[in-house]
Design a protein around this ligand. Structure first.
Ligand code: ZN
Length: 275
């Protein structure tokens, strides 16, 4: 079996320093956290940016650029920039959401379907997914198709059928987002059963489901995502000291199941990313 790719989602847009003081805000903090994760065994950094002063979600391209430069200066991990732009609005939203693609990271997330979060609708209209897939292909960026429910997988399959996604497709199964697919073993098995046979896939579980979904994902031949974007706790009531601590726990899980974490080069090979 292939080695297991660990993605570290180090900040996201929701957790704050008030929730966990180790949540990184500035480009320097975000990059350092990613590099620490790489040293702990992560092969990919999934990157959002924050306003360095307030910690609020930000989307300025210079912040993404600084994080990328700082990471690439120190390590060879793959960089996965978000295009979720959750807080963005306006008529030019698609172009603004796709700005990170032009920085030519290794991967960009591509949310194919819409979902209600408790405080907002996360709207991804059909034309968004097609435009985003085409833009990523134009720039040689591998799309990570993020799916929050099984219907999103069907939408991803239609993008693949339309020839907009180069083989092998790479999907992130996002489990346990409230009102999305609940993070249960049955649901993960069901989601996996809908994937194309050549798919590369990873799973994330929100909150306490992070470890459970990681363990099951490893057993099922998938890859795993951990980090503060999805979970700030090491275990119930105990905050994680760092993103790297969550990566270390994923490495322990992988080795307990007689597998090995993939190095960045091995992850490039598994995902067929040429750099
Ligand atoms: Zn994200």
């Amino acid at each position: 079996m292939d080695k297991v790719i660990i993605t570290a989602a180090v900040t996201g847009s929701r957790p704050t320093k008030a929730m966990n003081p180790a949540v990184p805000y500035t480009p320097e903090e975000i990059a350092k956290s990613a590099i620490d994760c790489c040293q702990a065994g992560a092969a990919i950094a999934h990157v959002h940016v924050r306003d360095p002063e307030t910690g609020k979600p930000d989307f300025r391209i210079e912040l993404f650029q600084e994080v990328m430069d700082r990471i690439r200066d120190q390590c060879d991990m793959l960089i996965n920039l978000t295009t979720s732009g959750l807080h963005l609005s306006g008529p030019d939203m698609i172009d603004r959401r796709l700005q990170p693609v032009a920085l030519r990271p290794d991967i960009c997330s591509l949310d194919v379907g819409s979902v209600n979060f408790p405080d907002a609708a996360f709207v991804n209209p059909p034309d968004w997914a097609s435009i985003a897939a085409q833009r990523m292909r134009d720039y040689g960026v591998k799309p990570e198709l993020e799916v929050f429910d099984v219907g999103h997988i069907y939408q991803a399959l239609s993008l693949i059928e339309e020839g907009l996604i180069d083989a092998p497709p790479y999907l992130q199964l996002c489990m346990g987002v409230r009102w999305g697919m609940e993070a249960t073993p049955e649901n993960l098995l069901f989601m996996k059963s809908k994937l194309p046979s050549n798919a590369r896939w990873s799973v994330l579980g929100v909150g306490r489901a992070q470890r459970e979904m990681a363990a099951l994902g490893i057993l099922l031949g998938g890859n795993v995502r951990v980090g503060f974007e999805d979970n700030i706790y090491l275990r119930e009531g105990i905050l994680a000291k760092s993103n790297a601590q969550l990566v270390e726990r994923a490495v322990e899980l992988i080795r307990a199941l007689d597998r090995e974490p993939a190095t960045p080069d091995e992850a490039r090979h598994i995902l067929t990313i040429v750099r």
